[in-house]
Ligand binder design. Structure first.
Ligand code: KIV
Length: 272
């Protein structure tokens, strides 16, 4: 395959495979609503993830577990309406795919039909292979997710780095290969040692997109509210903040309050 940088009008799962083969890094950010998705898509991000992190950043839950399939569909349909170029990946929420493959397929079909999303993502390796197979057989592209899998937080007990030990690293490598073999089009690796992530990326032909997984992978994903600095209490080492919107928006609100109280707002030009 040519290594020339290709411009894409619309990103598809095939584009991502081509990007990896051409050594072109993939950019991915989360979005959960129309306005944010519009900004992110227009600025040229390759993949928009409607993550179940909506449970945390949009709804204020402590974990990703409470968000429902209906809520994910609501967020995803808003994002899809805003998107012209990016590939839209939608998380299957906790409880919508773990119990049996038929239910997993039903959930994935609902996401595709009701939100217009382009692919689904789900967490786990060997344990969810049958569900992934069912979904793929229906022609729905699947992105895998290994390493720190937040839907299993109560099993892990903490959000610390995963697969530091040899046994867990070996399982992760095996799962990654199995996901590729099954037909997943890409894989998210969350919070694992950079060396391990690079080894996995080099061993697969599908793109590996990292979050807290170092620079040796094929692309990066961040939660948009974190990279914009809207969530000011969360500062893991892997997070680069590009703005400090928590402070800037807070200042704007204070100014607005003060302008209203002092009757500075609205002025003559701001009324009919
Ligand atoms: O839900 C989410 O935002 C995610 C990313 C952290 C990869 O799954």
């Amino acid at each position: 395959m040519s290594t020339a940088k290709k411009e894409y009008k619309r990103i598809t799962v095939k584009s991502l495979t081509e990007m990896k083969a051409a050594d072109q890094k993939i950019s991915m950010l989360t979005a959960y609503d129309y306005t944010m998705a519009k900004i992110i898509d227009s600025a040229g991000v390759d993949v928009i993830l409607v993550g179940d992190s909506a449970s945390n950043v949009m709804a204020g839950h402590e974990t990703t577990l409470p968000i429902t399939l209906d809520q994910m569909i609501y967020h995803a349909s808003s994002v899809v309406r805003a998107t012209e170029r990016a590939l839209v990946v939608v998380d299957l929420p906790f409880g919508s795919y773990q119990s049996d493959p038929k239910e997993a397929l039903r959930s994935a079909i609902r996401i595709m039909k009701e939100s217009g999303g382009h692919t689904v993502k789900l967490e786990g390796g060997k344990e969810v292979m049958e569900s992934i197979k069912r979904i793929l057989n229906a022609g729905i592209p699947v992105m895998g997710h290994l390493g720190l899998t937040p839907q299993s937080i109560y099993k892990f007990g903490t959000y610390t780095v995963r697969a530091r030990e040899e046994e867990e690293a070996a399982k992760l490598k095996k799962d990654a290969l199995a996901l590729e073999k099954l037909g997943c089009f890409a894989l998210v690796l969350e919070k694992v040692p950079a060396k391990l992530a690079q080894e996995v990326a080099e061993s697969l032909s599908i793109p590996v997109i990292g979050i807290g997984a170092g620079a040796g992978v094929d692309g990066q994903v961040l939660v948009s509210h974190d990279m914009f600095g809207m969530t000011h209490e969360f500062h893991p080492r892997f997070l680069r903040r590009y703005m400090n919107l928590y402070e800037d928006m807070g200042k704007a609100v204070s100014q607005y309050v003060s302008d209203v109280k002092s009757t500075d707002f609205p002025n003559e030009n701001e009324q009919y």
